[in-house]
Ligand binder design. Sequence first.
Ligand SMILES: CC(C)(COP(=O)(O)OP(=O)(O)OC[C@H]1O[C@@H](n2cnc3c(N)ncnc32)[C@H](O)[C@@H]1OP(=O)(O)O)[C@@H](O)C(=O)NCCC(=O)NCCS
Length: 169
Amino acid sequence: MNLYPAIEDHLEEIMEIDKEAFPTPWSRKLWIREISRTHRAYHVAIENKKVIGFGGGLLAGDDFHITTIAVRASNLSKGVATRIMIKLLEEAVKLGATNLTLEVRAGNHPAQALYRRFGMAPVGIRPSYYQPDNEDALIMWANDIHEQPYLELLDSIKQGQKAKEVLSS
Ligand SMILES: CC(C)(COP(=O)(O)OP(=O)(O)OC[C@H]1O[C@@H](n2cnc3c(N)ncnc32)[C@H](O)[C@@H]1OP(=O)(O)O)[C@@H](O)C(=O)NCCC(=O)NCCS
């Protein structure tokens, strides 16, 4: 698996995964806008020439806001999202971000487990944030992602991921 910046050629497959993963997938117009604007980082994970996951976000002030991340159902629990998160964190720091934030459905425990491994903690709730089902959003944050302690956490996640990949290959 390799990671690449998302480009228009990837959009058909990205949108296929988006539709599979979320009840309100993004329109092509929104995808094009997001991947072409500055202060963004959107990446795809590719295996055997196939897009198997994507993720990205935007810089708002000092904060990198992850706007989306999803993995093909057939490729779950193989570390794809972990690899995408590592890439997004590296890109966020390059863009000058000092904090990481996102919203996640209150009932989305697999995603929350992923974010907790990346040092993100819940800081609040946006009630009925997700439509049409009115599910609450949990707001999660990690601070000082450009500082040594966080970079060490990121490095330990990377080493752990490499070890898992060796064991499962
Ligand atoms: C949330 C989501 C992106 C996670 O993707 P994923 O690729 O399955 O995540 P990972 O494989 O990196 O991590 C999941 C688990 O697999 C484990 N794992 C990682 N690499 C592994 C490997 N090589 N072999 C076995 N297990 C591995 C991880 O340790 C993790 O375990 P944990 O849940 O006990 O912590 C995915 O479930 C998804 O697309 N959901 C739908 C969309 C969504 O909800 N997105 C989030 C919106 S906020």
